[in-house]
Design a protein. Structure first.
Length: 260
């Protein structure tokens, strides 16, 4: 199926590894031009080299989105090079474990800021370009926004706000024919997820207890499954889909886990 992404330009925040890296690769496979953002220069340049070796046009931009001015710079540099932005994938962030009991008000405020504000900033600075291309925005949220997890108040609050902004922006941007949707992953093996698993005394037992609760096939969702949904939402094939929250999670959130 041709998704009609060829030569279209898409910004992916946190796009060098994990879910973001998979989305970057999926866009390139479809002939789109990924502009992927990440803090780690070595990781970003390695992915750029990989894509270049496959004959894909791409751009890596190094930057910390939590530093004032970075989001504006990313949008500006993208437009200077390609003169267009066809889509934005807000993905960067991390579960930093700032809870009600194990944090404080300053930690909470910082956690919410770090996981939420750049979603707004990137959309704000890309908006004029997206109006011209009638582009699309995809926000990557998390099951914690709906299920809770415990010990992660800041992250959960930010992820819930991302879902609220998805609906809010979908309404506000209707008149510009800009579609806005969210993907809600649950259990996906990424470098950050692996780091979290390593905090347990027995990571293998922990992962076993998790996958047993995933109703469909008792397995984790792959990064590629999230990425495939993202490129669909960016494409003309989802031309009448906006304001939606898509749960790509093997039924983890909405199916009774007792049936697995």
């Amino acid at each position: 199926m041709d998704l009609n992404l060829k030569n279209k330009v898409f910004i992916i925040t946190g796009g060098t590894k994990g879910i973001g890296g998979a989305i970057t690769r999926a866009i390139a496979v479809e002939g789109g031009i990924p502009v992927f953002v990440g803090r780690n220069k070595e990781t970003g340049e390695a992915l750029l080299k990989e894509l270049d070796s496959q004959g894909n046009e791409a751009l890596y931009l190094q930057g910390d989105l939590n530093i004032k001015g970075t989001s504006e710079k990313i949008a500006r540099l993208t437009l200077e090079k390609f003169n267009r932005i066809d889509g934005l994938i807000n993905n960067a962030g991390r579960n930093d474990g700032v809870g009600l009991e194990n944090g404080n008000t300053d930690d909470f405020a910082k956690s919410v800021f770090n996981n939420l504000n750049h979603y707004y900033e990137m959309a704000h600075y890309c908006l004029d370009a997206l109006k011209k291309t009638k582009g699309s925005i995809v926000n990557i949220s998390s099951k914690t926004a709906l299920t809770g997890q415990g010990g992660t108040s800041g992250y959960a609050a930010a992820k819930g706000a991302q879902l609220a902004l998805t609906r809010e922006w979908a309404v506000e941007l209707l008149k510009y024919h800009i579609r806005v949707n969210a993907i809600v992953p649950s259990e996906v093996m990424t470098p950050l997820y692996e780091s979290w698993l390593s905090t347990f005394e027995n990571p293998e037992e922990k992962i076993k207890s998790i996958v047993e609760k995933i109703p469909f096939e008792n397995r984790m969702t792959s990064k590629e499954e999230i990425a495939n949904t993202a490129v669909f939402l960016l494409s003309d094939k989802s031309s009448h889909t906006t304001g939606q929250q898509l749960f790509i999670d093997g039924g983890y959130v909405h199916l009774d886990r007792a049936i697995s």
